[in-house]
Design a protein around this ligand. Structure first.
Ligand code: C2E
Ligand code: MG
Ligand code: MG
Ligand code: MG
Length: 283
C-alpha cells in the first residue's frame, strides 16, 4: 500500500504505517467483543480535598485486559473506540459499573457522599440520546445525578453550538460538568463565558511545572487562578510530590489526584482510602 506524500507524489510502501493500521483494525475487532467477554474493567483513582486530605471522590478509568495480549492502556484503545463508534458501549459499561460501585460505597460512609467522575469523549457527548442514556444508568444504579461529574475535553466543546444544549440538559438534572486536561486543547477560552461548567481539571502538564521553572510555575498559577476567579472547582491532575501539594494549597486549588495519593486501582484496593464502615459481618 502506498500513501500520497505532500511534495513528492507517491511514497514507497511503509511497513510501520501498515503495521499500525493492521494493529488498529485487529484491536477494533477484539474490542468489539471485549465488553461482552467481560474484559473491560474499571479502576478508580481517589480525588483528594487538598485542604483536609480526605478523599471526596473517585475518577473511573477504563481498563482492558485481553487474555492473549494482556493489558492495553486507554491511550491506545480509547482513540480506536472513538473512531469505530464502540466508545458508546464502552462508556456506558464504565458508567454503569462505576455508578453501582460508588452507590455501594456511599452506603458505607458517615461523611459527605463520595462523588463519581467519569470521562465522556467528544463523540459520546454529541450522541443524540446521551442524556437519556446517562439518566437510565443513574436510575438503574440509584446514583444521584448530583453525585456524578462528567469530564469532557475542550475538543468536545469546540462545536459550542452543539455542546451547549446538551450541557444545559445535564445541568438541569444536577449532573456536574468538568473540563478535563484544561489548557492543553486548541480551544479558545470563550466557552468559559457561555457554557454551564462546574469545574476545571488542571492538566498534569501544568502541575508538573509548579515546582520546576518560574515560567512554568507562572502558567500553572494562572490556570488555577482562572478557575478560582470564575468560581469553578479546580482539580489538579497528576500530583506526584508533596511540594506540588504545598504550592496548590497556597494557590487555593480545591482538590487533586495523582500517584502521590494513589494510582488508579481496582475497587477493592482503594477502599482503604475511603474511610468506609466495615461491611456487615454475619454470625
Ligand atoms: P484522564 O481522564 O485525563 O485521566 C487521567 C490519566 O492520568 C489516567 O491515565 C491516570 O492513570 C493518569 N494519572 C493519574 N495520576 C497520575 C500521576 O500522578 N502521574 C502520571 N504520570 N499519570 C497520572 P489512564 O487511566 O491511562 O487514562 C488515560 C486517558 O484515557 C484518560 O485521561 C481519559 O482521557 C481516557 N479514558 C480513560 N478511561 C476512559 C473512559 O472510560 N472513557 C473515555 N471516554 N475515556 C477514558
Ligand atoms: Mg479524566
Ligand atoms: Mg485529565
Ligand atoms: Mg489526561
Amino acid at each position: 500500500e502506498a500513501k500520497r506524500n505532500d511534495k513528492h507524489g507517491w511514497r514507497a510502501y511503509d511497513p510501520s504505517m501498515t503495521d499500525q493500521r493492521t494493529r488498529e483494525s485487529i484491536l477494533a475487532d477484539l474490542l468489539e467483543h471485549a465488553v461482552e467477554a467481560g474484559q473491560l474493567g474499571v479502576h478508580y483513582q481517589p480525588i483528594v480535598d487538598l485542604a483536609t486530605g480526605r478523599t471526596v471522590g473517585v475518577e473511573a478509568l477504563a481498563r482492558w485486559q485481553h487474555p492473549d495480549f494482556g493489558f492495553l492502556p486507554p491511550s491506545e484503545f480509547v482513540p480506536i473506540a472513538e473512531r469505530s463508534n464502540l466508545i458508546h458501549a464502552i462508556g456506558m459499561h464504565v458508567l454503569a459499573e462505576a455508578a453501582g460501585q460508588v452507590r455501594a460505597w456511599q452506603a458505607r460512609q458517615h461523611t459527605d457522599p463520595l462523588q463519581l467522575s467519569v470521562n465522556l469523549s467528544p463523540r459520546q457527548l454529541l450522541k443524540h440520546d446521551i442524556v437519556t442514556d446517562v439518566v437510565a444508568v443513574l436510575e438503574r444504579t440509584g446514583l444521584s445525578p448530583a453525585h456524578l461529574t462528567l469530564e469532557i475535553t475542550e475538543t468536545a466543546i469546540v462545536d459550542t453550538e452543539r455542546a451547549a444544549p446538551i450541557l444545559a440538559r445535564f445541568r438541569a438534572l444536577g449532573v456536574r460538568i468538568a473540563i478535563d486536561d484544561f489548557g492543553t486543547g486548541y480551544s479558545s477560552l470563550q466557552y468559559l463565558l457561555g457554557l454551564p461548567i462546574d469545574g476545571l481539571k488542571i492538566d498534569r502538564a501544568f502541575v508538573t511545572q509548579l515546582d520546576s521553572t518560574t515560567r512554568g510555575a507562572a502558567v500553572a498559577e494562572a490556570v488555577v487562578r482562572l478557575g478560582q476567579i470564575l468560581g469553578l472547582d479546580t482539580v489538579a491532575e497528576g500530583i506526584e510530590s508533596p511540594a506540588q501539594v504545598a504550592e496548590l494549597q497556597l494557590l487555593g486549588c480545591t482538590s487533586g489526584q495523582g500517584y502521590l495519593f494513589s494510582p488508579p486501582r481496582p475497587a477493592a484496593e482503594i477502599e482503604d482510602s475511603l474511610n468506609l464502615i466495615p461491611p456487615q459481618t454475619v454470625g
